[in-house]
Design a protein around this ligand. Structure first.
Ligand SMILES: NC(=O)c1ccc[n+]([C@@H]2O[C@H](COP(=O)([O-])OP(=O)(O)OC[C@H]3O[C@@H](n4cnc5c(N)ncnc54)[C@H](OP(=O)(O)O)[C@@H]3O)[C@@H](O)[C@H]2O)c1
Length: 341
């Protein structure tokens, strides 16, 4: 069995990792690490989960020798604190925060906090599995992508990479369930304010904007600019990103659907759908569902991408990356169906 540790096990992404590792045929959790709740047991914390019981312990770098892979499910800035202590660690580090995703100057501009040393960030491979699988296979440090960044990049990449759209005419409107903000309560996420409401936030300043542009460039060599608006929805989980772009090729809607299908033909977690998009087709699973429509009147394409923010947008993709890194079947432990009603 491949031994795992989770740091930040009391958070939303930490709990999702627990569930996925608990059902995984090849992974076993041997260390549950927590800053706030050391001494509690997993059974006390999550009595409804059928998982191996462990006592939560503080992070100690000298106690990681028996761990093959450590998942950092901690906020940006906090992961940085752990990452700098892991330079001698010989296992695999998968960080779910933004701390290893961007070079220092971009990180400090968009996150407004000090970046990890450039030499550490440079070691990390960006874990958008479908587009960086070969690098993930041999990576010891993996920067797991952000939730909006995953949904948007998976939708745009075939089109930008193929040169099928104008890279300077990309407008994205995306919305997320409340769990995307983590378990900490804020005025915005308080039930009284978020329920029966839709809130636009971080207008044109969301930290996933540079991550998306960087990914589009890394894969395609095309410098694209993305205008992204992010909204908070009064639902628990799920992301829907609606992308409006200008095609550079004249072809029918059926041809666009076909092109998207071909781009992802061998991908177990990417499904090209038809009909009216809805968030529930992916929520609860590691799928990314994509749709593409041609608006002939305005000559624009509308691409829609739907994921579960805590699965494909966080813990699911982290497990997918770990599967690739350890040479396992990429879908191992990730066979949950969407919670569609
Ligand atoms: N939620 C999502 O949909 C999602 C999607 C993609 C990526 N992510 C990323 O995954 C990471 C975890 O997200 P999350 O939603 O699970 O967050 P969360 O619910 O707020 O949990 C974060 C956990 O980190 C630990 N922590 C340690 N120091 C902390 C500090 N100073 N402030 C707050 N928490 C601290 C806490 O666990 P202990 O006390 O047990 O250590 C806390 O429960 C973040 O970097 C987030 O950006 C989340």
């Amino acid at each position: 069995m491949i031994t795992c540790g989770i740091v930040g096990v009391t958070g939303y992404a930490g709990m999702e990792l627990l569930k996925l590792i608990g059902k995984h045929p090849e992974f076993t959790l041997v260390r549950a690490m927590s800053d706030s709740s050391t001494g509690l047991t997993l059974a006390q914390l999550y009595p409804w989960l059928e998982i191996e019981d462990l006592t939560l312990e503080p992070f100690r770098v000298d106690a990681l020798d028996d761990i093959d892979v450590i998942f950092l499910a901690t906020p940006s800035g906090v992961s940085a604190h752990y990452v700098t202590q892991l330079t001698e660690y010989e296992g695999v580090v998968i960080d779910l925060s933004g701390d290893l995703r961007l070079p220092a100057s971009s990180y400090e501009t968009w996150y407004g906090k000090p970046a990890v040393p450039a030499s550490l960030q440079a070691q990390a491979v960006y874990g958008l599995t479908e587009w960086n699988r070969d690098a993930v296979r041999s990576a010891n440090w993996i920067a797991n992508p952000g939730c909006y960044a995953t949904a948007v990049a998976l939708g745009l990449l075939p089109f930008v990479n193929g040169g099928w759209i104008d890279p300077n005419e990309i407008i994205v409107s995306a919305c997320s369930g409340i769990t995307g903000a983590g378990k900490g309560l804020s005025a915005k996420t308080h039930h009284a304010r978020s329920n029966e409401n839709v809130q636009l936030y971080k207008i044109h300043t969301h930290q996933h904007i540079p991550e998306i542009e960087q990914t589009l460039y890394a894969v395609s060599g095309t410098q694209a600019t993305v205008s992204l608006s992010t909204h908070l929805l009064p639902i628990n989980r799920g992301i829907m990103a609606t992308m409006s772009v200008v095609p550079t090729l004249e072809q029918s809607e059926a041809d666009w659907v076909d092109a998207l299908r071909q781009a992802y033909a061998d991908e177990p977690f990417i499904r090209v759908q038809q009909g009216e998009p809805e968030i529930r087709t992916a929520v609860g699973s590691n799928y990314c569902d994509l749709w593409v429509y041609l608006d002939q009147r305005t000559n624009r394409l509308t691409i829609i991408s739907v994921i579960d923010n805590m699965q494909k947008g966080a813990a699911g993709q982290a497990i997918q990356n770990a599967n690739v890194r350890f040479g396992l079947n990429e879908t191992a432990g990730l066979n949950e169906q969407p919670q569609y009603i």
